[in-house]
Design a protein around this ligand. Structure first.
Ligand code: 5GP
Length: 113
């Protein structure tokens, strides 16, 4: 399986890590869309939100906890931030490994469809 983010998890592709737990990794996006743009991923392979099972729900909770910790660590917890998941072609999901974009550090534009 050719999974870019598993290569980031195993270190064969380098990344700028922000925070790591046994199950979750947070690292800076290579092409930031905001002053703070961090990707938060499960270390295990899940292709998209559509593939999240009941068993994965503690992991999804952990991702949310990590998002808050990252926001605090990078000083944007109070100024505010956005957590986004792209799922499937219409969303623009380009990497087939579940990931959440944490964006902040500036006033963000309105969500558009
Ligand atoms: P998607 O469009 O799938 O929701 O988002 C994928 C994100 O992964 C994009 O924001 C893109 O910039 C980021 N990305 C793609 N390749 C790499 C990489 O090799 N390293 C890092 N840190 N981010 C990447």
């Amino acid at each position: 399986m050719d999974d870019l983010f598993l290569k980031i998890v195993d270190g064969s592709i380098p990344s700028k890590k922000v925070l790591e737990t046994d199950n979750v990794l947070a690292f800076h996006d290579i092409q930031p869309a905001a002053p703070v743009h961090v990707l938060i991923i499960p270390k295990k392979y899940i292709p998209s939100m559509n593939a999240v099972t009941e068993e994965d729900l503690p992991l999804i909770a952990e991702i949310h906890r990590v998002a808050v910790e990252v926001a605090k660590k990078l000083g944007i917890a109070e100024s505010g931030y956005r957590l986004i998941n792209n799922c499937g072609p219409d969303s623009g999901q380009a990497v087939g490994h579940l990931h959440y974009h944490l964006l902040g550090g500036a006033k963000l534009g309105a969500l558009t469809g």
